[in-house]
Design a protein around this ligand. Sequence first.
Ligand SMILES: Cc1cc2nc3c(=O)[nH]c(=O)nc-3n(C[C@H](O)[C@H](O)[C@H](O)COP(=O)(O)OP(=O)(O)OC[C@H]3O[C@@H](n4cnc5c(N)ncnc54)[C@H](O)[C@@H]3O)c2cc1C
Length: 310
Amino acid sequence: MEKVYDLAIAGGGPGGVGAGIYASRKKLKTVLITDGFGGQSAVSPEIQNWVGTISISGQELSKNLENHLREYADDSIQIKDAERVETITQNDEKLFEIKTNKETYISKTVLVTTGSHRRKLTAKNADKLEHRGITYCATCDGPLFSNKDVIVVGGGNAGFETASQLLAYAKSVTLLDKNEKPKADEITVKKVLSNPNMKLISNAKITEILGDKFVTGLIYEDAKTGEVIELKTDGIFAEIGAQPTTGFVADLVDLNDYGSIPVDPKTQKTSKEGIWAAGDCTDGLYHQNNIAVGDAIKALEDIYLYLNTK
Ligand SMILES: Cc1cc2nc3c(=O)[nH]c(=O)nc-3n(C[C@H](O)[C@H](O)[C@H](O)COP(=O)(O)OP(=O)(O)OC[C@H]3O[C@@H](n4cnc5c(N)ncnc54)[C@H](O)[C@@H]3O)c2cc1C
């Protein structure tokens, strides 16, 4: 007979780790499956709002989260690192079957904390030139573009913060925004645009990325005038939002139009009995490290009650 877990946690970001620590202290037989620890802010050079810590790098935070979980894991938490959940189904006995790229686990309940991932550029050739001049991480790849002319795509806070980081290395930074007016905070926009090496182009609809082995430029259409313009560049940094990582539960739980999992904010229950969700994969209005942890712990408390009163 296969082992039946009380709980399967998908994801090892702040949400998944927070729930894992609580699950171990409550001695729930748990399997935590993640393809990596730390979550999205792992690439951040500095995090200043992780409560109780004045300043920490994303990498350090990731290591701390992993260490904290492993320290208390005992024999109640099985940690499956470098493993990816591919599908979750429910069998005739109402147990969940969590299939990964390596194994299948059986569990009475599931907590989804798989967060979100970057939205990709969809212009012609963008898929071909990904990691060949198109990048989604200024912290990781910014230094590779020292003294080059680079483009940032996206007029939100992430776009302007990326531009600000790149100005430290690049010869020039041009930010392309599809809107008339950037959505980023006014104070950030003003500060970044005050740099003489910075330029903003509004109403820009990117239609094609140019380059054979490596990015050499792009073509955009001015949405107001219809004019088609070619720009030369050595690198493109895309900051066009995030998409919840929820495809593997789409057949079991309701998703909203953005692919987020709607949850009851009191308990983090999803539309499917036995499945909870927390953090950036949910329809919660605000997404932050501390919020992901708090929501996941709320879910864990509710899961514990469910398992012990059912
Ligand atoms: C660049 C950047 C900087 C940020 N800076 C801050 C900050 O300073 N302060 C702050 O509070 N917030 C910050 N945020 C937001 C914060 O990172 C998120 O709100 C938080 O990480 C959400 O946590 P989560 O656990 O819900 O999901 P995530 O952090 O997205 O973690 C999801 C986890 O699930 C794993 N996973 C995904 N899919 C699967 C799968 N199919 N199978 C197994 N595992 C899977 C991933 O590897 C990851 O470990 C930042 C975000 C970014 C992108």
